[in-house]
Design a protein around this ligand. Structure first.
Ligand SMILES: *Cc1c(COP(=O)(O)O)cnc(C)c1O
Length: 374
């Protein structure tokens, strides 16, 4: 069977180094906020080009803490609005509502699956304080116009970079494009820990101080609590694992790009809609990079295609079957309908893609899809 994602095989590549890292942490007797975390934060900051990186417990917390810090800094307040793509993973929206902020859902484009940047301005109200761009599926969501728009309306741009570590726009890496960025190192992400982990990156020193304090009980000094905080720390074990794995992220992303290039070239089924090669949806002077966290195709009869591929021994997933506004958790938003978002959720299918997929497996996926009869 071709697995959607073989985490065992991915981590087996680095087994010796990972076991060594774990042994060092166990032997040190120091498990939280130590050298391993400091080292990984430095590596992540260097990798993204952002001045600061702060390890936190997971990707959702990274986004929650950014917004919570902005509220504490007086940049925004409960009841203010944050623009966010309607087709994102629910975590982006949870981070907003958890802070008593109001998510303003905006449609993506069918070409990029990312926020339609042309629709943002008409959703801006006096209450709008931030735009949360989500680099969905590994594709950067950015433009020079976006920066200008944010400046014009004095909005913060927060990147949900859970899916796109290593992607870039005109040579600037995601995580260093907006005012602050949230990363997830959930095991299945392009840079995956062996458990939960996340991080915030930013160039804003005040934000760093707030996020650090808020993630540590609102305390800068032990037992002195200035803010009402959370406990959200990236532990030494996960930090040590991530330090090993971040050294290989560029290589792994390159393998993903090579697989995506083959899928784009060789899948020729007339009813399959391929993700648009990113460079064509931007103007000539904009050069975005895609890191293919997911390779998402569309088909009008998606469920039949998924069943067929499963019969061929190929595991696929759906990202995502239900948009946030149609979830039971958000009953107050269930009446909203987003045509493109609905269409995306009804037709998308994610093909296997990872740094440990063999060329032969890629060929099998391509051949199976090209032989599908609806
Ligand atoms: C994974 C993910 C998150 C949340 O990350 P966790 O580490 O699972 O909390 C947030 N946003 C997006 C787009 C994600 O894919």
């Amino acid at each position: 069977m071709i697995k959607f994602l073989d985490l065992q095989k991915i981590n087996a590549q680095y087994a010796d180094e990972l076991k060594q890292a774990a042994a060092e942490v166990i032997d040190s007797g120091w498990f939280l906020t130590g050298d391993k975390l400091a080292t990984f934060e430095k590596q992540l900051a260097e990798f993204t080009g952002a001045k600061h990186a702060i390890g936190v417990a997971n990707g959702l917390d990274a986004l929650r803490l950014i917004l919570k810090a902005y509220i504490d800094m007086g940049v925004m307040a409960a009841g203010d609005e944050v623009i966010v793509p309607a087709n994102t993973y629910i975590a982006s929206v949870l981070a907003i509502t958890d802070n008593q902020l109001v998510p303003v859902l905006v449609e993506p484009t069918l070409e990029s699956y990312n926020l339609d940047l042309n629709l943002i301005e008409k959703h801006i109200t006096p209450k709008t304080k931030a735009i949360m761009v989500v680099h969905l599926y590994g594709q950067v969501c950015w433009s020079d116009d976006l920066t200008a728009l944010a400046q014009k309306h004095q909005l913060k741009i927060i990147e949900d970079n859970a899916q796109a570590i290593g992607a870039s726009f005109n040579g600037v890496k995601t995580g260093n494009l907006g005012d602050a960025s949230g990363f997830s190192f959930y095991p299945g992400k392009n840079l995956g820990a062996l458990g939960d982990a996340g991080a915030v990156t930013t160039n804003d020193a005040e934000l760093v101080e707030r996020v650090r304090a808020l993630g540590n009980y609102g305390s800068k000094k032990k037992y002195v609590n200035e803010f009402i905080g959370l406990n959200s720390r990236l532990d030494e074990l996960q930090a040590a694992f991530l330090s090993v794995k971040i050294k290989h992220i560029e290589t792994e992303n390159q393998i993903r790009k090579n697989i995506a290039a083959r899928y784009l070239q060789e899948i020729t089924h007339p009813e399959v809609i391929l993700p648009r090669p990113v460079n064509k949806s931007f103007s000539a002077n904009e050069n975005p990079e895609h890191v293919w966290h997911l390779f998402v195709i569309r088909h009008p009869n998606r469920d039949a295609l998924q069943t067929y591929l499963s019969e061929c021994g190929i595991q696929t997933l759906i990202h995502y079957p239900i948009p946030p506004n149609k979830q039971g958790a958000y009953a107050q938003m269930n009446h909203l309908d987003f045509e493109l978002t609905n269409q995306i959720h009804d037709t998308v299918l994610s093909l296997p893609i990872s740094s440990v997929m063999t060329q032969d497996e890629v060929t099998q996926v391509i051949t199976a899809i090209n032989h599908f009869k609806a």
